[in-house]
Design a protein around this ligand. Structure first.
Ligand SMILES: Cc1ncc(COP(=O)(O)O)c(C=O)c1O
Length: 399
């Protein structure tokens, strides 16, 4: 076996299952899952209908590059959402992917080079989406964890990295809106990150899968692609963004997203993907086109998350330090005590599952930035989220 596999940590949900083992929560309370970031809103009917109507298209192998219409729909959405107009060339700058998870992983395998860089580094926020770390380790790179804490407003401190480390960096992962913090990186931040990428010659992989879930209509989260244009990178040099329908359209089971950016990176990445064998099924592509072409359902989805924050926060705020984040669908409170114990005791008392923050982060010099925090996903229905908030409040008032 590949000896790098031994470097992979147990996935957070495996650890969570072990943490809950042997506990019998009150059977009188129905279980509420707030641990996993899996949207539970009903998928748009027109997307499901399109998928169903396209099932006859299973008779041929799809191309790895996707249908031209699929790439065009993704490019058009980028143009509308981020004011990029026609700047994204669907032919050379976009690739469909089977959910961003596989793309975030395979991208690093394709980009990291040990031939030119014997000790490659992949930098990422800490806490982070677990795939970034696993991708770095399996590519033979050293993960560099950049703590995101309340002190840096949950934004990786790029100036904390010594020049010698930046010189070894091959990929910098950014995530905006961030999982689990919900923090949004500003255009200025992204522009600054790009000046470093240029200076030290690395690629920025910007995970923007929560880009459609945000608090303020006057300030939708910017994309790295906008920063690239603002910095004069007219062909998005060194930039690749990752977008997904899982959160935007509540179709995590469709496995549909895309990557877009620098054609000099997209082209060899397409070659990699051709060998890897991860073309998107044509019915999935047709359903995805329908979803990317429609913005109304995404706005309705966003409104539903806002309603949850509006209903949940007044219940929790008297007992917990929670605020509405700029984006995504999580709460990331400091619970003032051990996060594993908190999670286990809450489950035991209220039949409600959340995720210990330390499972989403790694120890650095200053400790684990997820310690004493928990991630609460507001993915269930509005009613269930409100009822969960009431249970958390009862639990805290009693403990
Ligand atoms: C930050 C982040 N990136 C990527 C993903 C993967 O999403 P998908 O593979 O469904 O596109 C997730 C899913 O939870 C996520 O939280």
């Amino acid at each position: 076996m590949n000896d790098r596999l031994e470097l992979l940590a147990a996935y957070p949900f495996e650890r969570l299952a072990r943490l809950k083992e042997g506990i019998a929560p009150p059977a009188s309370l129905p279980h509420i899952a707030m641990s996993i970031g899996e949207p539970k809103h009903a998928p748009p009917e027109f997307v499901v209908d399109t998928l169903r109507a396209a099932l006859g298209r299973l008779d041929s192998y799809p191309a790895t590059a996707g249908l031209p219409e699929t790439r065009a729909a993704c490019a058009a959405w980028l143009g509308r959402r981020f004011g990029l107009g026609q700047r994204v060339n669907a032919e050379s700058m976009v690739l469909p992917v089977n959910g961003t998870r596989e793309a975030l992983f395979s991208f690093v395998q394709a980009v990291v080079s040990q031939r030119t860089n014997p000790a490659p580094v992949v930098a990422m926020p800490n806490p982070f989406y677990q795939i970034y770390e696993g991708a770095a380790l399996l590519a033979g790179a050293q993960p560099l964890f950049l703590d995101t804490t309340v002190d840096n407003r949950y934004q990786p401190d790029l100036d904390s990295v010594p020049a010698d480390t930046w010189k070894r960096c091959e990929v910098l992962f950014l995530c905006s809106p961030g999982n689990p913090t919900g923090s949004v990186l500003s255009l200025d931040y992204l522009r600054y990150a790009l000046t470093l990428a240029e200076k030290y010659d690395f690629v920025i992989a910007s995970d923007e899968c929560y880009a459609e879930l945000y608090r303020d209509d006057r300030a939708p989260p910017p994309s790295l692609l906008q920063a690239a244009l603002a910095n004069g990178h007219d062909r998005f040099q060194r930039c690749v963004v990752f977008h997904s329908l899982s959160k935007r359209s509540s179709v995590p089971g469709l496995r549909s997203g895309f990557v877009a950016g620098d054609p000099a990176i997209i082209k060899p990445y397409l070659l990699y993907r051709t060998y890897h064998g991860c073309a998107m099924a044509i019915p999935t592509q047709l359903a995805s086109i329908a979803a990317w072409n429609d913005d109304a359902h995404a706005a309705a989805n966003r409104a539903l998350y806002r309603e949850k924050y509006a209903r949940v926060l007044p219940v929790l705020q008297p007992v917990l330090d929670v605020v509405e984040p700029d984006g995504a669908f999580y709460l990331w409170p400091d619970v003032g005590r051990d996060d594993e114990t908190f999670t286990r005791d809450l489950f035991a008392a209220q039949n409600l599952t959340i995720l210990p923050g330390s499972y989403l982060a790694r120890d650095t010099r200053t400790g684990n930035p997820g310690r004493q925090r928990v991630r609460i996903s507001l993915v269930a229905s509005v009613e269930e989220c409100v009822s969960a908030a009431q249970r958390i409040r009862t639990f805290l008032e009693k403990s």
